[in-house]
Design a protein around this ligand. Structure first.
Ligand code: URP
Ligand code: ZN
Ligand code: ZN
Length: 452
């Protein structure tokens, strides 16, 4: 045995349990009361602390070429920050190049990630091109352990409705899981052009070019195609009230429609775009109005939001400043990889949700939906990805205390109740009371089980 965590309170989606956890060779080997401590085992006393599964962030953009630059966090910096926020697995988006078979996309991105990752990682492949045999190469990607793919309905690499439909069909046939960034591209482009022509170029007009209905319409359309094919669909970064209603309806009808939202939609509203530093909050979809935020929290409590993920895609201040006088020049995306789990656990600690719900959203559901069989649960046989959480520790987020390479954070000054004090990745301590103690290259590529 390498490690024993004693006297803690274990948390899962069903409840609490007072138990010790024993770890050997990166796996949980025993859970129980008063486990014996063999000689040489590292002992950690977790009395007064919660012991949780490491979080799984299924939506990150590390070192991603986007918005005329590359997102600020490398695979090392991003996974270092993840570890320090209690996230022990990240799912990054590998964006296909035109003409590129999907296994090549995976290999190209893995060559960057493997030497750098400080926690375990997986890929979703974002599909741009399905010409010729490229669509069939989804099967090869699934065989490599990458069973999840994403289509964008927006941006210059977004797919047409026809391509999206064919991707859904193919996924159903080969046991893959499709995610979608749903916004109506035509409307975004038309509204953007109109505002620019009218000289309306501040960050508030980023919001007005992609308001609630622009996202809702695309959610409803995407859901209707998945329903018509009777196949699963996962909506990323859901941020609007009508979209929530569409997800609820589809679930009630018995369809396998999943929804993810992000901490920034739960904490900030579109008011941020009226601030002097509004450009720093520019992401797509943008933060919405209070009614949408309320609908997201209600859907979380009802069980109609399945996961929380970050959409971590930060850009440096000088890059955000490109759009000081023109919102279309602001690279879209914000930081959150270190904030997600502490934020959701703080929401539990202060009574907004339960700890059980936080673990379900951040650990168990992501593992289940994306075929990540070794992660997400504190159970014998699973990877020893473990977080020790101090519910009594107050923490104020500052960029100085974060472990990302980005020079600012939209979370600056946000106060949290409770904070992770240690993170273990496959039994190895990677974060200890404010300090990253892991290592580049420790993180492993996680092969996942297809839906078949
Ligand atoms: O603004 C965002 N969300 N940037 C990252 C790319 C995406 O749309 O997920
Ligand atoms: Zn997106
Ligand atoms: Zn994203």
């Amino acid at each position: 045995m390498d490690l024993i965590i004693k006297n803690g309170t274990l948390v899962d989606s069903k409840g609490f349990a007072a138990a010790d956890i024993a770890v050997a060779d990166g796996k949980i080997i025993a859970i129980g009361k008063d486990l014996p401590v063999p000689e040489g085992a590292d002992i950690r006393d977790a009395a007064g602390k919660l012991v949780l599964p490491g979080a799984i962030d299924v939506h990150t953009h590390l070192a991603m070429p986007f918005g005329g630059t590359i997102s600020a966090d490398s695979y090392f910096a991003g996974t270092r920050a993840a570890a320090c926020g209690g996230t022990t697995t990240v799912f990054d988006f590998a964006l296909q190049d035109f003409d590129e078979p999907l296994p090549d996309t995976i290999r190209r991105r893995d060559a960057l990630a493997a030497p750098e990752a400080a926690v375990d990682y997986a890929f979703h492949v974002a599909i741009k091109d399905v010409r010729g045999s490229l669509l069939d190469s989804m099967e090869d990607a699934v065989a490599m352990g990458v069973m999840s793919f994403k289509v964008f309905m927006v941006y210059d690499f977004g797919v047409t409705d026809g391509v999206f439909y064919r991707v859904l069909e193919k996924a159903k046939a080969c046991g893959a899981q499709i995610s979608v960034h749903a916004e109506n591209n035509e409307l975004v482009n038309m509204l953007t052009a109109r505002f620019l022509a009218e000289g309306k170029t501040d960050a508030w007009h980023h919001y007005l070019s992609r308001p609630e209905f622009v996202e809702a319409e695309a959610d409803i359309r995407a859901i209707s195609w998945a329903k018509s094919l009777d196949t699963a669909l996962y909506i990323v970064h859901l941020a609007n009230k009508e979209g929530v209603a569409a997800v609820t309806k589809a679930k009630d009808e018995g369809y396998e429609i999943y929804a993810e939202t992000c901490p920034h939609y739960l904490h900030f509203t579109n008011e941020v775009y009226k601030r002097e530093d509004g450009r720093n909050f520019v992401c797509s979809p943008p933060m919405k109005g209070q009614e949408s935020q309320d609908a997201l929290w209600a859907a979380i409590r009802r069980g109609d939001i399945d996961t929380i993920a970050t959409d971590h895609c930060p850009f440096q201040s000088y890059e955000k400043d490109w759009g000081k006088d023109d919102f279309t020049k602001i690279p879209n995306g914000c930081a959150a990889i270190e904030n997600m789990y502490p934020y959701m656990l703080s929401a539990a600690n202060t009574g907004r949700i339960t700890y059980q719900k936080a673990v379900e959203l951040c650990c168990e559901n992501p593992a289940r939906i994306f075929g990540c069989t070794e992660k997400g649960f504190l159970k014998v046989g699973k990877d020893a990805d473990i977080v020790i959480y101090d519910p009594d520790k107050d923490f104020t987020i500052t960029n100085d205390a974060m472990h990302s390479d980005c020079d600012h954070t939209i979370w600056e000054g946000v106060k949290l109740r409770g904070y992770p004090v240690q993170t273990y990745s496959r039994g190895r301590l990677v974060y200890d009371n404010g300090t990253f103690v892991g290592q580049a290259g420790w993180g492993k590529f996680i092969k996942r089980q297809s839906r078949k």
